[in-house]
Design a protein around this ligand. Structure first.
Ligand SMILES: *Cc1c(COP(=O)(O)O)cnc(C)c1O
Length: 425
């Protein structure tokens, strides 16, 4: 197996052999696949085995892998320049498109990753409000900036502890961690700390603890508390942008955050992130205002070309509707196969994101996510992989469907799932 020998080589020069932890297959066990090629809904590994892909590079590949329009745009841009470190027309076009498609964006600044976007949004919120405390939710992931690698403290309404070594306790002490979908907890928090809170950052649909939908009233309550207290509401739509709806979760749920972070789809597979929102807040950023932010490769012409070409595809009429319907067919089919085999299982989707759970109903909180049967997921994951279907190698990740997935891929997946569920029961 070529993946095995590559993994051995990789581990000598790269910690754990991977450049991002989840890729190491630690959660599911076994050797991570090394990939060589991708097209449409399919991936080929280093041993030339083909898989139907439900990871989509963790979200960006919404148009399908190697879409000809995106590849052509990238080649064309690369043939002109790889980088200027100076303004280009294409980045203006991308910014205009983002402001047109995402309801709450007056202005936007481009960066190179989701992590950079959320880090900048936090700094901007603090600079704008002159306050220090930020609030996040357990199970939501916002990239790996220090202030956001924080877990809940020992009691309700206490400050957080670092969730990673290397994060100073003093940094984590400015972050409070609340329960997702807990509206009454939030109310209590704001009663006690309102004047100190700079920002609340949330995944409006949580996609980094498997998939958890916002409970009715949760996002509305957040909006209300932030407005009343002068805290900046940040929707982290790095994953949900152009996935949950064309205008993101904010369009789907009709809630206007003050700042929005974007990434993944807006680079179409190349590194692009963005932070945008209210004009009065965005004008605090350097060089207009006192909040510093910069990037050597920000707005890189090749990355921007991939993003623009992808956004042109996803904003075509019917794109979102079709991909949402295919995703629904997938989850309905999976749930039906599990039921026939007598396996305790549930599944749900929103837009082109889906969650599968070895649990009787979709979870509504981090605690409920933790109740899923992880051991069963791991067996299911490996069995599906043997059938040529690539789900995310962890029970706590969201699945992604692309526009290149169609009835044949869904049918093949469901036939494989039938066999795998039967083996589990
Ligand atoms: C992926 C993700 C990030 C981090 O983006 P990177 O490009 O990996 O730095 C931040 N927030 C959310 C919601 C994400 O899903």
């Amino acid at each position: 197996m070529k993946s095995e020998s590559l993994f051995e080589r990789a581990q000598r020069v790269i910690p754990a052999g991977v450049n991002s932890p989840v890729r190491a297959f630690r959660a599911v066990g076994g050797v991570p696949l090394f990939f060589e090629r991708a097209s449409g809904a399919y991936l080929w590994d280093a041993d030339r085995r083909r898989y139907i892909d439900y990871v989509g590079s963790w979200g960006p590949m919404v148009a399908g892998h190697s879409h000809p329009a995106v590849v052509e745009a990238v080649q064309e841009a690369a043939s002109r320049a790889l980088s200027f470190g100076a303004p280009t027309e294409a980045e203006v076009e991308l910014a205009e498109m983002l402001c047109r498609l995402v309801p709450s964006l007056d202005q936007v600044r481009l960066v190179s990753s989701g992590t950079e976007a959320t880090m900048t949004a936090i700094r901007l919120a603090r600079g704008f409000t002159g306050r220090s405390v930020i609030v996040k939710f357990e199970g939501c992931y916002h990239g790996h900036a220090d202030a956001l690698l924080v877990k809940a403290g020992s009691g309700a309404l206490t400050y957080g502890h670092p969730s990673s070594a290397g994060v100073p306790a003093e940094t984590a002490a400015h972050t409070m961690v609340m329960d997702y979908n807990d509206s009454s907890g939030l109310k209590a928090l704001f009663q006690e700390k309102a004047g100190q809170i700079a920002a609340v950052i949330v995944e409006p649909v949580a996609g980094n603890m498997n998939l958890v939908l916002p409970a009715p009233g949760f996002l509305e309550g957040l909006r209300e508390q932030c407005t009343r207290s002068g805290a900046v509401l940040i929707f982290d739509e790095v994953m949900t942008g152009f996935r949950v709806a064309l205008g993101g979760a904010q369009a789907r749920y009709g809630i206007r955050p003050d700042l929005t972070t974007l990434g993944k789809v807006i680079g179409g597979g190349l590194p692009v992130g963005a932070v945008g929102g209210r004009r009065d807040i965005m004008q605090k950023i350097a060089p207009l205002g006192p909040v510093y932010q910069a990037g050597t490769l920000s707005g890189n012409p090749v990355a921007v070309a991939a993003g623009l070409a992808t956004l042109k595809l996803v904003s075509q009429p019917g794109f979102q509707h079709r991909i949402e319907s295919i995703t629904q067919q997938l989850v309905t089919g999976l749930a039906a196969e599990a039921r026939k085999a007598g396996v305790i299982f549930s599944a749900q989707s929103i837009g082109s994101m889906f969650g599968i759970y070895f649990r009787d109903a979709p979870p509504r909180s981090f605690a409920e996510v933790m109740q899923c049967d992880r051991e069963r997921f791991n067996r299911f994951f490996h069995a599906m992989l043997d059938h040529g279907v690539y789900f995310a190698p962890s029970a706590y990740e969201t699945g992604f469907v692309s526009a290149a997935h169609d009835r044949p891929e869904i049918e093949t997946t469901l036939v494989a799932a039938r066999d795998c569920f039967e083996r589990l029961s």
